[in-house]
Write a protein that binds this ligand. Structure first.
Ligand SMILES: NC(=O)c1ccc[n+]([C@@H]2O[C@H](COP(=O)([O-])OP(=O)(O)OC[C@H]3O[C@@H](n4cnc5c(N)ncnc54)[C@H](O)[C@@H]3O)[C@@H](O)[C@H]2O)c1
Length: 336
């Protein structure tokens, strides 16, 4: 029989279904166990997906010898601690976004994965979306020239109920940039592929009774003096209106949007795709978690390269952390 990569998942909430279905659909992957502190949710998930083991204690999950990879789908503030404990038990890890809500904790997690020779993957699944893969290749080959201005726009709506759990907490959710906009911040840096030189940010809490921000604007200057802009909020009453990334380049202007960066909104100038690329998708998670699982399987069974490692995802955390510091100091700050 073909060897399979064996997964164990912690956190049976909203995003877990994407992981579970992606593992179940991959012939080289197997979901061995799940874990949640909420017993009812745990049992329901176990029944629904016919999963062998179900643990209420994380410790039991990471001590399960039948597991190769731990999928971390818990509130963001617990990610680094769970990553570190899993790696110490010899597991590889797929951590949901973001790896951490502060840079130093993220560094600790990435360092231990290196030291213990265990892979740490971070779930930025939108990088696999067809329009993004195409655009990245064109940029790599110089097909649009230099990016002059790159803009990430997140105009989403979240009601007060959404913020009543961990999403409303600085220590667990982190605010607009760490939580809702993080995929778009990652995409901006991923497509730009240059080091940010400085950042200025303003953040506000405008539409919810919460202690974290629900709106932010950020300007970034890159080493080559090109500009990055982020505008993000959860204030687009009554529904999500836009999540997009727009590039103004020397040889063309491109906007990718849709619910989860799945659609080309416009592509003017050079190297416009000659066939239809991307599709309309009805949810903000997109459909690329299956590609993340496929990459892990390929890395562990066939020695492919990890698509997004913990170390790589630190760039995003470093930028957001500096942006937050800039908003507190009301000052443009330099990055190292
Ligand atoms: N990649 C994406 O597009 C995407 C989308 C949504 C959420 N996420 C990320 O996924 C993570 C989870 O988000 P969600 O929306 O599924 O949250 P959720 O609140 O729906 O689910 C979290 C689950 O974790 C469980 N949990 C909490 N503490 C635990 C512990 N100590 N041990 C075991 N279980 C514990 C909770 O009981 C809950 O079932 C977050 O980090 C979020 O940022 C990623």
């Amino acid at each position: 029989m073909k060897k399979k990569v064996r997964f164990g998942l912690v956190g049976c909430g909203r995003i877990s279904k994407r992981h579970i279905l992606s593992i179940k659909r991959n012939p080289c992957a197997e979901l061995v166990a799940i874990c949640d502190i909420d017993k009812e949710k745990l049992k329901r998930t176990q029944r629904e997906y016919n999963i062998k083991e179900a643990y209420t204690k994380f410790e039991d999950l990471i001590n399960d010898k039948a597991i190769d990879v731990i999928n971390i789908c818990t509130p963001s503030g617990i990610h680094p601690q769970m990553v570190i404990e899993s790696i110490k038990k010899g597991k590889h890890v797929l951590c949901e976004k973001p790896l951490s809500l502060n840079y130093l904790e993220g560094v600790k997690a990435a360092d231990i994965s290196k030291k213990k020779n265990r892979h740490l993957f971070v779930c930025f699944q939108n990088r696999y979306n067809e329009p993004i893969v195409y655009l990245k290749e064109v940029l790599k080959n110089g097909g649009l020239g230099k990016i002059l201005v790159i803009t990430a726009t997140v105009r989403w709506y979240r009601d007060d109920a959404y913020y009543s759990d961990w999403h409303g907490s600085r220590d667990m959710g982190g605010g607009i940039l760490f939580n809702q906009a993080v995929h778009y911040v990652d995409m901006l840096l991923y497509l730009m592929n240059k080091k940010p030189k400085s950042v200025f940010c303003e953040r506000k809490t405008l539409g919810h009774n919460i202690k974290i921000d629900d709106a932010a604007v950020v300007s970034i200057i890159f080493q080559d003096n090109s500009i990055g802009l982020i505008e993000a909020s959860t204030l687009s009453y009554p529904k999500n209106m836009e999540g997009s990334i727009t590039l103004q380049c020397e040889k063309g202007t491109v906007k990718i949007g849709g619910e989860a960066l799945n659609e080309i909104i416009y592509w003017e100038g050079k190297n416009k795709p000659t066939r239809a690329i991307g599709s309309k998708i009805e949810n903000v998670y997109g459909e690329s978690h299956s590609k993340v699982i496929e990459n892990i399987v390929n890395v562990l069974l066939k020695k492919s390269r990890p698509f997004c490692s913990g170390k790589e995802s630190l760039k995003v955390i470093e930028l957001i952390e500096k942006a937050y510091e800039s908003s507190i100091k009301s000052k443009r700050l330099l990055l190292k």
